[in-house]
Design a protein around this ligand. Structure first.
Ligand code: HEC
Length: 398
Protein backbone atom coordinates (compact mmCIF):
# COMPACT_ATOMS: atom_id res chain seq x y z
CA UNK A 1 0.00 0.00 0.00
CA UNK A 2 3.11 2.20 0.19
CA UNK A 3 2.60 3.35 -3.36
CA UNK A 4 -1.18 3.38 -3.10
CA UNK A 5 -1.50 7.07 -2.49
CA UNK A 6 0.40 7.81 -5.67
CA UNK A 7 -1.88 5.58 -7.67
CA UNK A 8 -5.08 6.96 -6.17
CA UNK A 9 -6.05 10.41 -4.95
CA UNK A 10 -2.47 11.68 -4.81
CA UNK A 11 -2.00 10.91 -8.48
CA UNK A 12 -5.35 12.53 -9.30
CA UNK A 13 -4.26 15.68 -7.48
CA UNK A 14 -0.91 15.66 -9.26
CA UNK A 15 -2.52 15.23 -12.69
CA UNK A 16 -5.04 17.94 -11.90
CA UNK A 17 -2.36 20.41 -10.82
CA UNK A 18 -0.19 19.72 -13.87
CA UNK A 19 -3.20 20.15 -16.15
CA UNK A 20 -4.01 23.43 -14.45
CA UNK A 21 -0.41 24.65 -14.65
CA UNK A 22 -0.20 23.81 -18.35
CA UNK A 23 -3.55 25.36 -19.17
CA UNK A 24 -2.79 28.41 -17.04
CA UNK A 25 0.51 28.85 -18.85
CA UNK A 26 -1.23 28.53 -22.20
CA UNK A 27 -3.79 31.19 -21.20
CA UNK A 28 -1.06 33.58 -20.02
CA UNK A 29 0.99 33.06 -23.18
CA UNK A 30 -2.13 33.62 -25.27
CA UNK A 31 -2.92 36.85 -23.40
CA UNK A 32 0.68 38.01 -24.03
CA UNK A 33 0.30 37.26 -27.73
CA UNK A 34 2.81 34.39 -27.56
CA UNK A 35 0.29 31.64 -28.26
CA UNK A 36 -1.78 32.78 -31.27
CA UNK A 37 -4.90 30.91 -32.36
CA UNK A 38 -4.31 27.88 -34.54
CA UNK A 39 -7.35 25.97 -35.81
CA UNK A 40 -9.54 28.16 -33.61
CA UNK A 41 -7.85 27.62 -30.21
CA UNK A 42 -4.61 28.94 -28.63
CA UNK A 43 -1.62 26.98 -29.91
CA UNK A 44 0.86 25.32 -27.54
CA UNK A 45 4.15 27.00 -28.52
CA UNK A 46 6.59 24.33 -27.28
CA UNK A 47 7.82 21.04 -28.75
CA UNK A 48 7.30 19.30 -25.42
CA UNK A 49 4.70 18.91 -22.71
CA UNK A 50 4.65 16.99 -19.45
CA UNK A 51 3.99 13.32 -20.14
CA UNK A 52 1.04 12.58 -17.92
CA UNK A 53 0.82 9.07 -19.39
CA UNK A 54 4.19 8.33 -17.79
CA UNK A 55 2.90 9.64 -14.45
CA UNK A 56 0.01 7.19 -14.53
CA UNK A 57 2.33 4.29 -15.44
CA UNK A 58 5.27 4.84 -13.08
CA UNK A 59 4.43 5.49 -9.43
CA UNK A 60 8.03 6.28 -8.40
CA UNK A 61 8.31 8.87 -11.15
CA UNK A 62 4.96 10.37 -10.14
CA UNK A 63 6.13 10.65 -6.54
CA UNK A 64 9.30 12.39 -7.66
CA UNK A 65 7.41 14.89 -9.84
CA UNK A 66 5.01 15.56 -6.96
CA UNK A 67 7.93 16.18 -4.61
CA UNK A 68 9.57 18.59 -7.06
CA UNK A 69 6.31 20.52 -7.49
CA UNK A 70 5.95 20.84 -3.71
CA UNK A 71 9.58 21.96 -3.35
CA UNK A 72 9.12 24.55 -6.09
CA UNK A 73 5.94 25.85 -4.45
CA UNK A 74 7.77 26.04 -1.11
CA UNK A 75 10.74 27.86 -2.69
CA UNK A 76 8.42 30.33 -4.44
CA UNK A 77 6.66 31.10 -1.17
CA UNK A 78 9.93 31.57 0.75
CA UNK A 79 11.38 33.83 -1.93
CA UNK A 80 8.19 35.88 -2.02
CA UNK A 81 8.35 36.33 1.75
CA UNK A 82 12.04 37.26 1.49
CA UNK A 83 11.19 39.94 -1.06
CA UNK A 84 8.38 41.33 1.14
CA UNK A 85 10.56 41.29 4.29
CA UNK A 86 13.48 43.08 2.67
CA UNK A 87 11.95 46.51 3.06
CA UNK A 88 11.55 47.04 6.82
CA UNK A 89 15.14 47.15 8.19
CA UNK A 90 14.32 45.18 11.32
CA UNK A 91 13.27 42.18 9.30
CA UNK A 92 16.56 41.83 7.49
CA UNK A 93 17.47 38.64 9.34
CA UNK A 94 14.09 37.06 8.68
CA UNK A 95 14.47 38.00 5.03
CA UNK A 96 17.88 36.37 4.90
CA UNK A 97 16.43 33.24 6.48
CA UNK A 98 13.64 33.12 3.88
CA UNK A 99 16.15 33.64 1.12
CA UNK A 100 18.15 30.72 2.47
CA UNK A 101 15.06 28.52 2.69
CA UNK A 102 14.02 29.50 -0.83
CA UNK A 103 17.46 28.70 -2.22
CA UNK A 104 17.46 25.36 -0.39
CA UNK A 105 14.03 24.57 -1.84
CA UNK A 106 15.25 25.38 -5.37
CA UNK A 107 18.43 23.38 -4.87
CA UNK A 108 16.51 20.36 -3.60
CA UNK A 109 14.08 20.61 -6.52
CA UNK A 110 17.03 20.64 -8.94
CA UNK A 111 18.56 17.67 -7.11
CA UNK A 112 15.28 15.71 -7.31
CA UNK A 113 14.56 16.75 -10.92
CA UNK A 114 13.04 13.77 -12.79
CA UNK A 115 14.65 12.21 -15.83
CA UNK A 116 13.75 14.28 -18.92
CA UNK A 117 12.98 11.10 -20.88
CA UNK A 118 10.19 10.30 -18.42
CA UNK A 119 9.08 13.87 -17.82
CA UNK A 120 8.47 15.16 -21.32
CA UNK A 121 6.43 13.94 -24.27
CA UNK A 122 6.47 15.48 -27.76
CA UNK A 123 3.83 18.16 -28.25
CA UNK A 124 2.23 19.83 -31.24
CA UNK A 125 0.42 23.17 -31.58
CA UNK A 126 -2.98 21.54 -31.04
CA UNK A 127 -1.93 19.28 -28.13
CA UNK A 128 -4.27 21.13 -25.75
CA UNK A 129 -7.14 21.68 -28.16
CA UNK A 130 -10.46 20.21 -27.05
CA UNK A 131 -13.07 18.61 -29.25
CA UNK A 132 -15.63 21.45 -29.64
CA UNK A 133 -19.13 20.70 -28.27
CA UNK A 134 -20.89 21.36 -31.59
CA UNK A 135 -18.61 18.98 -33.48
CA UNK A 136 -18.97 16.34 -30.75
CA UNK A 137 -22.74 16.59 -31.08
CA UNK A 138 -22.79 16.34 -34.88
CA UNK A 139 -20.01 13.72 -35.11
CA UNK A 140 -22.33 10.68 -34.96
CA UNK A 141 -24.29 11.90 -37.99
CA UNK A 142 -21.35 12.87 -40.21
CA UNK A 143 -18.38 10.85 -38.97
CA UNK A 144 -19.28 7.53 -40.61
CA UNK A 145 -19.65 9.09 -44.08
CA UNK A 146 -16.37 11.00 -43.77
CA UNK A 147 -14.61 7.89 -42.54
CA UNK A 148 -15.95 5.72 -45.37
CA UNK A 149 -14.85 8.28 -47.97
CA UNK A 150 -11.40 9.24 -46.68
CA UNK A 151 -10.09 6.67 -44.21
CA UNK A 152 -11.68 3.25 -44.61
CA UNK A 153 -9.45 2.21 -47.53
CA UNK A 154 -6.48 2.03 -45.15
CA UNK A 155 -7.96 1.75 -41.67
CA UNK A 156 -10.62 -0.83 -42.57
CA UNK A 157 -14.35 -1.19 -42.02
CA UNK A 158 -14.04 -1.42 -38.21
CA UNK A 159 -10.81 0.45 -37.65
CA UNK A 160 -8.65 -2.66 -37.29
CA UNK A 161 -6.10 -1.32 -39.78
CA UNK A 162 -6.99 -3.91 -42.41
CA UNK A 163 -8.37 -1.87 -45.32
CA UNK A 164 -7.56 -2.82 -48.94
CA UNK A 165 -4.85 -0.12 -49.16
CA UNK A 166 -3.31 -0.89 -45.75
CA UNK A 167 -0.19 -2.53 -47.21
CA UNK A 168 0.61 0.28 -49.67
CA UNK A 169 2.56 2.66 -47.47
CA UNK A 170 5.85 2.36 -45.57
CA UNK A 171 3.99 1.66 -42.33
CA UNK A 172 0.92 -0.42 -41.49
CA UNK A 173 -2.08 1.56 -40.13
CA UNK A 174 -2.64 0.96 -36.40
CA UNK A 175 -5.80 -0.53 -34.95
CA UNK A 176 -8.13 1.95 -33.28
CA UNK A 177 -9.64 -0.73 -31.09
CA UNK A 178 -7.05 -0.94 -28.36
CA UNK A 179 -5.79 1.94 -26.27
CA UNK A 180 -4.34 4.19 -29.03
CA UNK A 181 -7.19 6.70 -29.21
CA UNK A 182 -7.19 7.09 -25.41
CA UNK A 183 -3.47 7.70 -25.25
CA UNK A 184 -3.84 10.70 -27.57
CA UNK A 185 -5.52 13.95 -26.65
CA UNK A 186 -8.34 15.24 -28.88
CA UNK A 187 -5.95 17.82 -30.29
CA UNK A 188 -3.22 15.32 -31.13
CA UNK A 189 -5.68 13.20 -33.11
CA UNK A 190 -6.92 16.36 -34.83
CA UNK A 191 -3.37 17.33 -35.82
CA UNK A 192 -2.49 13.93 -37.27
CA UNK A 193 -5.71 13.71 -39.28
CA UNK A 194 -5.53 17.32 -40.47
CA UNK A 195 -1.83 17.31 -41.40
CA UNK A 196 -1.05 13.63 -41.96
CA UNK A 197 1.94 11.78 -40.53
CA UNK A 198 5.55 11.05 -41.52
CA UNK A 199 8.13 8.54 -40.39
CA UNK A 200 11.63 9.37 -39.14
CA UNK A 201 12.94 9.46 -42.73
CA UNK A 202 10.31 12.04 -43.66
CA UNK A 203 8.28 9.67 -45.82
CA UNK A 204 4.52 10.18 -45.67
CA UNK A 205 2.94 7.34 -43.68
CA UNK A 206 -0.58 8.76 -43.63
CA UNK A 207 -1.96 11.43 -45.98
CA UNK A 208 -3.43 14.69 -44.67
CA UNK A 209 -7.20 15.07 -44.94
CA UNK A 210 -7.93 17.05 -48.15
CA UNK A 211 -7.54 20.77 -47.43
CA UNK A 212 -10.97 21.74 -48.78
CA UNK A 213 -12.66 19.96 -45.85
CA UNK A 214 -13.20 22.37 -42.93
CA UNK A 215 -11.71 21.88 -39.45
CA UNK A 216 -15.25 21.00 -38.33
CA UNK A 217 -15.06 17.80 -40.41
CA UNK A 218 -11.76 16.82 -38.78
CA UNK A 219 -13.27 17.28 -35.33
CA UNK A 220 -16.31 15.25 -36.37
CA UNK A 221 -13.95 12.47 -37.39
CA UNK A 222 -12.15 12.66 -34.03
CA UNK A 223 -15.44 12.46 -32.12
CA UNK A 224 -16.75 9.65 -34.28
CA UNK A 225 -13.52 7.62 -34.04
CA UNK A 226 -13.55 7.84 -30.24
CA UNK A 227 -17.17 6.68 -29.98
CA UNK A 228 -16.75 3.99 -32.60
CA UNK A 229 -13.64 2.55 -30.92
CA UNK A 230 -15.47 2.47 -27.58
CA UNK A 231 -18.36 0.57 -29.19
CA UNK A 232 -16.00 -1.92 -30.83
CA UNK A 233 -14.38 -2.58 -27.44
CA UNK A 234 -17.71 -3.13 -25.75
CA UNK A 235 -18.95 -5.41 -28.53
CA UNK A 236 -15.76 -7.49 -28.57
CA UNK A 237 -14.52 -7.52 -24.98
CA UNK A 238 -17.81 -6.94 -23.16
CA UNK A 239 -16.46 -3.84 -21.43
CA UNK A 240 -15.08 -0.39 -22.03
CA UNK A 241 -11.49 -0.96 -21.01
CA UNK A 242 -10.99 2.77 -20.95
CA UNK A 243 -13.47 5.27 -19.60
CA UNK A 244 -15.97 7.02 -21.83
CA UNK A 245 -17.68 10.27 -20.99
CA UNK A 246 -21.42 10.20 -21.80
CA UNK A 247 -22.10 11.64 -25.29
CA UNK A 248 -23.55 15.16 -25.07
CA UNK A 249 -27.27 15.88 -25.54
CA UNK A 250 -29.84 18.49 -24.60
CA UNK A 251 -32.33 17.44 -21.95
CA UNK A 252 -35.70 18.91 -21.02
CA UNK A 253 -37.13 18.04 -17.62
CA UNK A 254 -40.90 18.45 -17.00
CA UNK A 255 -41.34 21.14 -19.64
CA UNK A 256 -38.49 23.26 -18.25
CA UNK A 257 -35.69 24.81 -20.32
CA UNK A 258 -33.40 22.70 -22.52
CA UNK A 259 -30.18 22.01 -20.63
CA UNK A 260 -27.02 20.12 -21.54
CA UNK A 261 -26.71 16.69 -19.97
CA UNK A 262 -23.64 17.96 -18.13
CA UNK A 263 -25.92 20.27 -16.11
CA UNK A 264 -27.25 17.12 -14.39
CA UNK A 265 -23.79 16.01 -13.22
CA UNK A 266 -23.41 15.36 -9.54
CA UNK A 267 -26.25 12.86 -9.48
CA UNK A 268 -26.39 9.35 -10.87
CA UNK A 269 -28.23 9.18 -14.16
CA UNK A 270 -29.91 6.43 -16.09
CA UNK A 271 -30.19 7.06 -19.84
CA UNK A 272 -32.89 4.90 -21.45
CA UNK A 273 -33.00 4.60 -25.24
CA UNK A 274 -36.74 4.60 -25.80
CA UNK A 275 -38.14 3.18 -29.04
CA UNK A 276 -41.15 4.95 -30.62
CA UNK A 277 -43.86 2.70 -29.16
CA UNK A 278 -42.03 1.64 -26.05
CA UNK A 279 -43.48 2.66 -22.65
CA UNK A 280 -41.21 4.58 -20.28
CA UNK A 281 -39.67 2.40 -17.55
CA UNK A 282 -40.56 2.89 -13.89
CA UNK A 283 -38.76 5.66 -12.04
CA UNK A 284 -36.28 4.65 -9.38
CA UNK A 285 -35.22 6.99 -6.58
CA UNK A 286 -31.64 5.78 -6.80
CA UNK A 287 -30.99 7.75 -9.98
CA UNK A 288 -32.44 10.41 -12.25
CA UNK A 289 -33.85 8.88 -15.42
CA UNK A 290 -33.30 10.59 -18.78
CA UNK A 291 -35.30 9.19 -21.68
CA UNK A 292 -33.59 9.38 -25.06
CA UNK A 293 -35.79 9.31 -28.14
CA UNK A 294 -34.88 9.88 -31.79
CA UNK A 295 -38.29 11.48 -32.42
CA UNK A 296 -40.43 13.92 -30.42
CA UNK A 297 -42.94 12.34 -28.01
CA UNK A 298 -45.20 13.46 -25.20
CA UNK A 299 -43.50 12.33 -22.03
CA UNK A 300 -43.21 13.25 -18.39
CA UNK A 301 -39.85 13.47 -16.65
CA UNK A 302 -36.55 14.23 -18.38
CA UNK A 303 -36.48 13.76 -22.14
CA UNK A 304 -33.80 14.21 -24.79
CA UNK A 305 -35.02 14.19 -28.37
CA UNK A 306 -32.14 13.84 -30.76
CA UNK A 307 -31.34 11.62 -33.69
CA UNK A 308 -27.64 12.47 -33.32
CA UNK A 309 -27.55 11.51 -29.63
CA UNK A 310 -29.39 8.27 -30.44
CA UNK A 311 -26.68 7.44 -32.98
CA UNK A 312 -23.98 8.42 -30.48
CA UNK A 313 -25.26 5.99 -27.81
CA UNK A 314 -25.64 3.26 -30.43
CA UNK A 315 -22.03 3.84 -31.52
CA UNK A 316 -20.79 3.74 -27.93
CA UNK A 317 -22.74 0.53 -27.32
CA UNK A 318 -21.35 -1.00 -30.50
CA UNK A 319 -24.78 -1.80 -31.97
CA UNK A 320 -26.58 -0.61 -35.14
CA UNK A 321 -28.89 2.30 -34.29
CA UNK A 322 -32.03 0.23 -35.02
CA UNK A 323 -30.95 -2.24 -32.29
CA UNK A 324 -30.53 0.38 -29.55
CA UNK A 325 -34.17 0.69 -28.40
CA UNK A 326 -34.61 -0.64 -24.87
CA UNK A 327 -30.92 -0.32 -23.93
CA UNK A 328 -30.21 1.45 -20.64
CA UNK A 329 -26.99 3.09 -19.47
CA UNK A 330 -25.95 4.15 -15.99
CA UNK A 331 -23.80 7.25 -15.58
CA UNK A 332 -21.90 7.95 -12.39
CA UNK A 333 -21.88 11.35 -10.69
CA UNK A 334 -18.97 12.48 -12.85
CA UNK A 335 -20.88 11.85 -16.09
CA UNK A 336 -18.99 8.66 -17.04
CA UNK A 337 -20.80 5.79 -18.75
CA UNK A 338 -20.37 2.92 -16.32
CA UNK A 339 -23.00 0.24 -16.85
CA UNK A 340 -25.19 -1.01 -19.66
CA UNK A 341 -28.29 -3.17 -19.70
CA UNK A 342 -29.45 -4.58 -23.02
CA UNK A 343 -33.15 -4.94 -23.87
CA UNK A 344 -33.31 -8.67 -23.12
CA UNK A 345 -30.99 -8.68 -20.08
CA UNK A 346 -32.07 -9.70 -16.58
CA UNK A 347 -32.64 -6.92 -13.99
CA UNK A 348 -29.64 -4.72 -13.12
CA UNK A 349 -26.75 -6.46 -11.39
CA UNK A 350 -23.14 -5.63 -10.80
CA UNK A 351 -22.16 -7.89 -13.71
CA UNK A 352 -23.43 -5.06 -15.92
CA UNK A 353 -20.67 -2.73 -14.84
CA UNK A 354 -18.93 -2.38 -18.21
CA UNK A 355 -16.49 0.35 -17.20
CA UNK A 356 -14.60 -0.57 -14.08
CA UNK A 357 -12.97 2.33 -12.32
CA UNK A 358 -9.28 2.84 -12.67
CA UNK A 359 -8.84 4.05 -9.12
CA UNK A 360 -8.25 0.36 -8.48
CA UNK A 361 -6.45 0.82 -5.17
CA UNK A 362 -9.76 0.21 -3.44
CA UNK A 363 -10.50 -3.50 -3.95
CA UNK A 364 -11.22 -4.02 -0.28
CA UNK A 365 -14.22 -1.70 -0.47
CA UNK A 366 -15.53 -3.46 -3.56
CA UNK A 367 -15.38 -6.79 -1.79
CA UNK A 368 -17.25 -5.46 1.21
CA UNK A 369 -19.94 -4.18 -1.12
CA UNK A 370 -20.26 -7.54 -2.88
CA UNK A 371 -20.86 -9.24 0.44
CA UNK A 372 -23.44 -6.70 1.61
CA UNK A 373 -27.21 -6.93 1.44
CA UNK A 374 -29.41 -5.24 -1.16
CA UNK A 375 -30.56 -6.02 -4.70
CA UNK A 376 -28.34 -6.22 -7.77
CA UNK A 377 -28.78 -2.54 -8.53
CA UNK A 378 -27.65 -1.55 -5.02
CA UNK A 379 -24.52 -3.61 -5.47
CA UNK A 380 -23.87 -2.16 -8.90
CA UNK A 381 -24.25 1.42 -7.65
CA UNK A 382 -22.05 0.72 -4.64
CA UNK A 383 -19.34 -0.63 -6.90
CA UNK A 384 -19.62 2.37 -9.20
CA UNK A 385 -19.10 4.65 -6.22
CA UNK A 386 -16.29 2.54 -4.74
CA UNK A 387 -14.32 2.34 -8.00
CA UNK A 388 -14.22 5.84 -9.43
CA UNK A 389 -12.93 6.67 -12.90
CA UNK A 390 -9.73 8.61 -13.37
CA UNK A 391 -10.57 11.05 -16.12
CA UNK A 392 -7.44 10.92 -18.24
CA UNK A 393 -7.41 11.13 -22.00
CA UNK A 394 -4.13 11.72 -23.78
CA UNK A 395 -2.66 12.14 -20.32
CA UNK A 396 -4.87 15.08 -19.45
CA UNK A 397 -7.94 15.43 -17.34
CA UNK A 398 -11.14 15.42 -19.31
C1 HEC B 1 -3.16 5.76 -47.20
C2 HEC B 1 -3.57 5.12 -45.99
C3 HEC B 1 -4.25 5.95 -44.92
C4 HEC B 1 -5.35 6.75 -45.05
C5 HEC B 1 -6.16 7.07 -46.31
C6 HEC B 1 -5.64 7.24 -43.72
N1 HEC B 1 -4.73 6.76 -42.83
FE1 HEC B 1 -4.67 7.12 -40.84
N2 HEC B 1 -2.96 6.14 -40.69
C7 HEC B 1 -2.33 5.45 -41.71
C8 HEC B 1 -1.06 4.94 -41.23
C9 HEC B 1 -0.06 4.12 -42.05
C10 HEC B 1 -0.92 5.37 -39.90
C11 HEC B 1 0.27 5.17 -38.96
C12 HEC B 1 1.18 6.36 -39.22
C13 HEC B 1 2.40 6.46 -38.37
O1 HEC B 1 2.37 5.99 -37.24
O2 HEC B 1 3.37 7.06 -38.86
C14 HEC B 1 -2.15 6.09 -39.59
C15 HEC B 1 -2.44 6.64 -38.34
C16 HEC B 1 -3.66 7.18 -37.99
C17 HEC B 1 -4.03 7.57 -36.66
C18 HEC B 1 -3.18 7.44 -35.40
C19 HEC B 1 -2.53 8.73 -35.15
C20 HEC B 1 -1.67 8.75 -33.93
O3 HEC B 1 -1.81 9.72 -33.18
O4 HEC B 1 -0.84 7.84 -33.76
C21 HEC B 1 -5.29 8.07 -36.73
C22 HEC B 1 -6.14 8.61 -35.60
C23 HEC B 1 -5.69 8.00 -38.11
N3 HEC B 1 -4.67 7.45 -38.85
C24 HEC B 1 -6.91 8.42 -38.58
C25 HEC B 1 -7.21 8.52 -39.92
C26 HEC B 1 -8.40 9.13 -40.42
C27 HEC B 1 -9.50 9.72 -39.57
C28 HEC B 1 -8.32 9.05 -41.78
C29 HEC B 1 -9.31 9.60 -42.77
C30 HEC B 1 -9.48 11.01 -42.76
C31 HEC B 1 -7.10 8.36 -42.12
N4 HEC B 1 -6.45 8.06 -40.97
C32 HEC B 1 -6.69 8.08 -43.42
C33 HEC B 1 -2.81 5.26 -42.98
C34 HEC B 1 -3.87 5.97 -43.52
Amino acid sequence: MENGWWRGSGLDALLASITQLEQGLLRVLHALGLAPLVHGQPAWPFDMRVSAAMLTLDAAHARQVGTVLLLLAFAALALLLAALLRWPLRARRAAALMLGLGATGLGSAAWQWPSPVLLWAPAMPTSFHRLPEAAAASAPLHGAGLYARHCLACHGENGDGDGPRAAEGPRWPPTFNRSLLWRRSDGELFWHIRHGMRDAQGRSTMPALPGELPDEAVWQLVGWLQLHAAGQQLARAGEWQLPLSAPPMSVQCDGGPLRPLTALRGQRLRVVALGPRQPAPREDPRFQTVLLSPVARAQEGCLAVSEAAWQAYALAAGVPSQALAGTEFLLDRGGWLRARRRPDDAPWSDAMLVCRGNGSDRPAQALRVAASEGDGLDQLLARMDAEPVRPVRGGRLH
